[in-house]
Design a protein around this ligand. Structure first.
Ligand SMILES: Cc1ncc(C[n+]2csc(CCOP(=O)(O)OP(=O)(O)O)c2C)c(N)n1
Ligand SMILES: [Mg+2]
Length: 540
């Protein structure tokens, strides 16, 4: 007979969460979820609290992305849950195994008008892999385990459970919970063989590696496959850094040349979405390697689309022994384009202008960032520049909001990153507009001794909207912010530290002070409002 456990709903839930490797909760207080706090408090399970539920879910998402294990946010009934919906949606777009446990008004008097009474499930069902209410205390561990299994099964994603008040406060017993048993999806070997042959026989193949390569712990297999088949690799999302920038097959600047000249484009672990021209690579044949059949594109027809465990697929590619075309001239051509791009970037990053160009901020940051620093982008143009100029050299160290493009991830992601890596540099690159969404959560970071560095690109505008609106209409509305606002004073008022920088020459020392401060530190850089990130389509 299996071992039994006993306790109130919070204790039963926490037992199942612990068994699944959840190590902390992010939350904002509400009476509906007190039993979860009680269980955590009594057993030394860390609780981090925030000032807006969006930050709790984003923190849980950062943990899920970085640690590749479930991240937990506990949200109170009604507004607590609804405030978390953008975070859940981001987690869905990013395939992040996030679990949200919601409080819920009592089931026994449902419909009588209890405080915060809302049926969350129909609201969150479209943005989660699983959403349900647990109506029986003894069922909680099973429900948590089943939901987490869904979250961790590729294609990964967020899940939601809510616990009616009387269910979470009542006690019961249950079987001792065990870790989720996550199925491994076996790819079709014929698909894999076809893909390997296409890549090997191509004259000009290129690999684009995305977030699922990191999430599937397939970075080493990717490297082996690229090295065996001699294929240049470009990365996006959490795939960045999968091959360190010094690797002879790693390319970041030669993307245009690579996609223009390629005859086979191999997209691995990322959707064929707007970031990849919706999968239209001209005359090139497309191989789309995905972690689950559900991720096969329906809007384009790749030649072949192996679906399943990415480690298995990439290891099989690495084992390819058939005929292989010589790719060395192709690699050398791309290296020339790469070096030219790097030289261009280096010049831009040295820009000595007044006001400061965003490029210069990144030039200075590159000098102080450690190779394993976690960088987080939350903003418009300022973050597009971060994507261009920062070169993550460790996989899983770059956190952008992903294809949902939600502003406001900054302080939540920072909290999750700091909790995951107590000793690494954590640096948030923030637009001044983006700062408005989450900056109050610096207070949560200060109070809970979670130091991070925040660099604000303060151009006094919603730049990514103002410039396109000007281009489209010749005027703009709703696109201005207060110029020169002292976001560093805001942080100082909450117990952190910071400074404003208006001269490029002062940037380096300011950043050094920030990284050695030991408290949340905001470097408020006054940047050039006339500078617009060059892009083909400016709609965001
Ligand atoms: C929650 C949310 N609201 C609005 C937008 C639309 N949006 C995208 S970028 C952007 C401007 C961001 O401005 P800022 O953070 O100051 O960065 P900048 O472009 O000025 O560098 C806006 C409003 C969004 N992506 N997400
Ligand atoms: Mg701005």
């Amino acid at each position: 007979m299996s071992e039994r456990i006993e306790g109130h709903g919070g204790e039963l839930a926490l037992a199942a969460l612990r068994a699944a490797g959840v190590r902390e909760m992010f939350t904002l207080s509400g009476g509906h979820v007190f039993p979860l706090y009680d269980a955590a408090h009594k057993t030394g399970f860390p609780i981090y609290d925030v000032r807006h539920e969006q930050s709790a879910v984003f923190a849980a998402e950062a943990v899920a992305k970085l640690r590749r294990s479930p991240g937990l946010a506990v949200l109170t009934a009604g507004p607590g849950v609804t405030n978390g919906i953008s975070g859940l949606t981001s987690a869905l777009f990013n395939a992040s195994p996030v679990m949200v446990i919601g409080g819920r008004a009592p089931a026994m008097r449902w419909g009588s008008g209890s405080l915060q009474e809302l049926d969350h499930v129909p609201l969150v069902a479209p943005v989660t892999k699983h959403a349900s209410t647990v109506f029986n205390t003894g069922e909680i561990p099973n429900a948590v385990r089943a939901a987490l299994t869904a979250a961790l099964t590729p294609h990964r994603g967020p899940v939601f459970l809510d616990l009616p008040l009387e269910i979470v406060f009542s006690s019961d017993e249950a079987d001792a919970p065990t870790a989720p048993d996550v199925p491994v999806i076996e790819p079709d070997p014929d698909d894999v063989a076809r893909a390997a042959q296409l890549i090997a026989e191509a004259q000009h193949p290129v690999i684009i590696a995305g977030s699922d390569v990191y999430a599937s712990d397939a970075v080493a297999a990717l490297r082996e496959a690229a090295e065996t088949l001699r294929v240049p690799v470009i990365a996006n999302g959490m795939g960045r850094g999968a091959l360190p920038p010094t690797h002879p097959l790693a390319f970041a600047k030669a993307r245009r040349a690579a996609l223009r000249g390629a005859d086979v484009v191999v997209v691995i672990g990322t959707p064929l979405d707007f970031r990849l021209g919706f999968g239209d690579f001209g005359a090139a044949q497309v191989v789309h390697i995905v972690d689950a059949p559900s991720q096969r594109a329906t809007h384009v027809q790749p030649v072949v689309s192996p679906a399943g465990d990415l480690r298995l697929i990439l290891s099989a590619l690495a084992d390819y022994t058939g005929v292989r075309a010589d790719h060395e001239d192709w690699i050398a051509d791309l290296r020339t384009a790469e070096d030219a791009g790097k030289a261009r970037d280096a010049q831009e990053m040295a820009a000595d202008t007044d006001p400061i160009k965003p490029a210069r901020v990144y030039g200075e940051l590159r000098r102080v960032l450690a190779p394993d620093a976690v960088t987080i982008g939350d903003g418009g143009d300022f973050v597009s520049y971060a994507g261009r100029y920062l070169e993550p050299s460790v996989p899983g160290s770059w956190l952008d909001p992903g294809p949902y493009g939600c502003l406001g991830t900054g302080m939540g992601y920072a909290m999750g990153a700091r909790v995951t890596y107590p000793d690494r540099q954590i640096c948030v690159l923030m637009g001044d507009g983006a700062a408005g969404f989450s900056l109050m959560d610096v207070e949560s970071l200060v109070r809970q001794q979670l130091p991070v560095v925040i660099v604000v690109g303060n151009n006094g505008i919603w730049g990514l909207e103002k410039h396109p609106m000007q281009a489209m209409y010749g005027y703009d509305v709703a696109a201005d912010l207060q110029p020169g606002l002292r976001y560093d004073d805001v942080v100082r008022a909450m117990g952190g530290a910071g400074e404003t920088v208006s001269k490029a020459a002062d940037l380096g020392e300011a950043l050094e002070r920030a990284f050695s401060a030991g408290v949340p530190y905001l470097v408020n850089v006054l940047t050039d409002p006339a500078d617009a990130y060059p892009r083909s389509s400016n709609l965001a």
